[in-house]
Write a protein that binds this ligand. Sequence first.
Ligand code: NI
Length: 132
Amino acid sequence: MYITRRERFSASHRLINKEISPEENKKLFGKCYNPHGHNYEIFITISGEINEASGMIVDLKDLKKIINDKIIIKIDHNSLNEVDFMKNKIPTTENLCIQIWHELKKPIQSLGGKLYKIRINETENNYFEYFG
Ligand code: NI
């Protein structure tokens, strides 16, 4: 069985590789080298067996709290370049998926579920999925 929780957040980012020159960054990232923002949607999918006592895989209010405390509070209305778990990463949505996976994996295990997928919609046309 799978359940998915959706959250929304708005964040800015600037794609920059600190190992290379500004000119090379401009060439590599184009207009994404300029600070800009997105209204992101994130879908966190959990797999697991149904707990007989509760009839649930995990309690969604506990899942919501973990996602909020570990992720949303840190990234909403913030710059992804400044977020602690994105330090030293180019703040692409690919890297954001991977870092969020690392932040959520253990807390979700402690609820009795297994993190199955992180999906992030960056724009209407682009979304990213990570399965660990
Ligand atoms: Ni962007």
